[in-house]
Every structure is written in structure tokens, then in C-alpha cells.
Design a protein around this ligand. Structure first.
Ligand code: AMP
Length: 217
């Protein structure tokens, strides 16, 4: 399966991408995670991306396009992949088509996580992430067994800087301004499938697996 997960921040794309990637042994390519790792390691890409990420703005297209082109060269891509959080602009979508054409691959479907602003804000402001393994939790709906400690690797849970209130609001504005037009873009190509991102994790997973079965993915 080769999929794009599209939707506002807080739609549950990352959570579902992890679940689906594991169920279908596909690679999970999250540009946000790759960029956070680059910032943590203070690489050239990280230094360039940090100021944009801190403000909730998009990192310049050429930076993320290069990251995705490199990721698509990974050997595990052959088993399938989920692009989570990419593309986010039309220029990125066009560049993706070009990169995929080079390796003779095509996207099977674009999954749009249709999510209300209220749910997005609630999820993002309560989200906690493991510093070590990147697992996601929520202070109300997906608590870790021990407060502040990851169930999987015992790493420390923290709140992403860009999940703080002012930045969350800007990320939603940026999504509407720069990314939401991709819904029409992929609808016009006949590639768009919509699921409700407002439902809980298990319900969204069940909708997705039923959809993939129907599409024989
Ligand atoms: P995410 O984890 O997908 O919410 O991404 C976190 C942040 O990384 C975003 O707010 C952007 O600053 C940056 N980012 C991630 N993916 C992209 C992308 N495709 N284009 C531009 N910036 C991105």
C-alpha cells in the first residue's frame, strides 16, 4: 500500500499511520518526525527548520521535498509506505509526483481525515510525546500507565513546543491557508477517500481497514 494521510494538525494522522504501518508492514514516513529528529540532533536541516517549526509555520518546500526524496530511496519503501504530513502545499504535491515517477511508483489513495477544529485543538493541547521513542499519549483520553513516563520504553513524556496554545492556533490557520486546497487537488484526480477524524482511535482504524479491504490494498 502507498498512501498519503492528509488533514489538519490533531486529526490523528500520526497515530493512525503508526497503527496501519504496523498492521500492513508498511513504512511510516512522517516529515514532522524527521524534522524534529533533525532539530534534536542540530543538523543543518534541523537548524534551518527550527524557527519555522517553533512558530507553527511550514518549513520551506525545498527542504521537505529533499527529505521525502531521500526517504523514498530507502529499501523498506518497497513493502509500501504511508506519507504522514506530506505533501502540505501544491508545490510539494507536484514534486512528489515527479519523485514517484522516477522510481515508477504511484499513490493508491489519499486519506483525508475530516476533523473539526474543536477536536483538533483538544487533541493537540493535551498531547504528550515520548522523548525517546516518539509514542503519543493524551492527558485525558490516552493516558500512560504512570504519569509522565512512556509505557513502551520508560522515556520521559513532554509537550511539544508547537502544541502550546498560541502555536496550535497558528498551525490551524496555516493548514487552512496552505494545505486545505490539497483536498480539492486530490479529489479532482479521483484519489481522495474521506474518513472522520473526530472518531476515536479504534473506530478510525476500523474504518480505514474496511476501506483498504474494499480497495484490495
Ligand atoms: P507535524 O508533526 O506533521 O505536525 O509537523 C510539525 C511541523 O513540522 C509543522 O508545523 C511544520 O513546521 C513542519 N513540517 C512537517 N511536515 C511539513 C511539510 N510537509 N511541509 C512543511 N513543513 C512541514
Amino acid at each position: 500500500m502507498r498512501l498519503i494521510f492528509l488533514g489538519p494538525p490533531g486529526a490523528g494522522k500520526g497515530t493512525q499511520a503508526k497503527v496501519i504501518a504496523q498492521l500492513f508492514t508498511a513504512a511510516h514516513l512522517s516529515t514532522g518526525e524527521i524534522l524534529r529528529e533533525a532539530v534534536k540532533n542540530n543538523t543543518e536541516v534541523g537548524k534551518r527548520a527550527k524557527s519555522y517549526m517553533d512558530k507553527g509555520e511550514l518549513v520551506p518546500d525545498e527542504v521537505v521535498i529533499k527529505i521525502v526524496a531521500e526517504s523514498l530511496a530507502r529499501p523498506d519503501i518497497a513493502r509500501g509506505f504511508i506519507l504522514d504530513g506530506f505533501p502540505r502545499t501544491e508545490q510539494q504535491a507536484i514534486a512528489l509526483d515527479g519523485e514517484l515517477a522516477k522510481i515508477s511508483l504511484a499513490i493508491d489513495a489519499v486519506i483525508y481525515f475530516d476533523t473539526s477544529a474543536e477536536v483538533s485543538i483538544r487533541r493537540l493541547s493535551g498531547r504528550r510525546v515520548c522523548r525517546k521513542c516518539g509514542a503519543n499519549y493524551h492527558i485525558a483520553s490516552m493516558k500512560s500507565r504512570q504519569e509522565g513516563v512512556c509505557d513502551i520504553c520508560a522515556g520521559e513524556l513532554y509537550q511539544r513546543d508547537d502544541d502550546k496554545e498560541a502555536t496550535v492556533k497558528n498551525r490551524l490557520v496555516v493548514y487552512e491557508r496552505q494545505t486545505a486546497a490539497l483536498i480539492e487537488y486530490y479529489k479532482n484526480k479521483g484519489m481522495l477517500e474521506t474518513v472522520s477524524g473526530d472518531l476515536d482511535v479504534d473506530a478510525v482504524r476500523d474504518h480505514l481497514t474496511a476501506l483498504f479491504k474494499a480497495k484490495r490494498l
